[in-house]
Design a protein around this ligand. Structure first.
Ligand code: MN
Length: 310
């Protein structure tokens, strides 16, 4: 049986929703990281090219976050702290504690090194999101920089508390300096909430639940999955029935094709090879002083064959 007369067009339908299952890494004692970007089906959302959701976890005494000195090029690292505390140290000589409700933005440009460690080994909670933002070609070789943002603008909508992390929403504007049209919003609620969030129609968007459970335009979502919305959407219905936290990211589709490997964003394989060789030889990037963690070693690029690579 055919449900439709053969000479009639099928009824209009929306494209299927894109659900991106994050890769889960267990880092021991219940500490897991969900990596939602890049994924096989979707490399970027706007200039957002990497999304790690770490925790929530409660470290026992002796357990701690230890990410030793490692380099970056061609990107900004954006850290959104939800619970706990992390100490950032970098090759500019900056040491900065980041606390819940705060953002660290590190612009790698032509090259920087940083380490991220728990302040001590006394244990305690940890919950954060770290994202990377690809720098457009015009600024990707800029000098490295680091900015700590202790306060972000906050507003409320339909029972959610909103923190405007990047860009603008509901008349509030984040002070975080980025180089592409982007948005980042944290929504949290201690109980049931129901809101219609306005979106920039030219942006593509992604939503990740960081704790609890939510419905986005009726589509259920829990931690570990990124829901993708293509450009052309002016609003998004967000609902939850109990305490929930969500991250909404978006941006204009990034018009440049980038290669992401290890901690580097570049345009060619040759750039990646040079950066890895310089780091492993102790050139170019400088050093971090004071981290309790060992320096990381760039893995081998052998076997990596990127389109357009040389
Ligand atoms: Mn890093």
């Amino acid at each position: 049986m055919n449900a439709f007369p053969q000479d009639a067009a099928p009824p209009p339908s929306s494209p299927p929703l894109e659900r991106i299952t994050a890769r889960r890494s267990e880092l021991g004692e219940g500490f897991s990281i969900y990596r939602a970007l890049p994924s096989r089906g979707r490399r970027m959302i706007g200039a957002w090219c990497f999304l790690d959701h770490a925790g929530p976890v409660r470290f026992s005494p002796g357990q701690a976050l230890r990410v030793g000195p490692h380099p970056h090029i061609g990107l900004q690292t954006f850290t959104w702290m939800i619970a706990g505390e992390v100490v950032h140290r970098d090759s500019l000589g900056i040491t900065q504690r980041i606390l819940p409700g705060q953002v660290n933005l590190m612009t790698a440009g032509r090259g920087i090194v940083h380490a991220e460690d728990s302040p001590d080994t006394s244990g305690g909670p940890l919950h954060l999101a770290q994202l990377w933002i690809a720098l457009p070609d015009a600024v990707r070789d800029c000098p490295p920089a680091f900015v700590h943002y202790p306060d972000l603008p906050r507003t409320a909508l339909g029972g959610f508390a909103l923190t405007v992390l990047v860009g603008e929403t509901l008349g509030e504007s984040s002070p975080v300096v980025v180089h592409s049209p982007l948005v980042g919003i944290d929504l949290s609620s201690g109980g049931a909430a129901d809101a219609v969030l306005p979106l920039a129609e030219g942006f593509e968007h992604g939503v990740m639940v960081l704790s609890g459970a939510a419905w986005l335009d009726g589509e259920p979502l829990r931690p570990g999955t990124l829901l993708y919305f293509p450009p052309g959407r002016a609003r998004l219905a967000v609902r939850c029935e109990a305490a929930t936290r969500l991250l909404v990211i978006g941006g204009e589709p990034f018009g440049e094709s980038v290669v992401l490997w290890w901690n580097f964003v570049a345009r060619t394989q040759a750039e990646l090879e040079a950066a890895a060789a310089d780091w492993n030889a102790g050139r170019r990037f400088g050093e971090v002083v004071g981290s309790p963690s060992a320096r990381l070693v760039a893995p081998s690029l052998s076997g990596l064959r990127l389109p357009g690579g040389t």
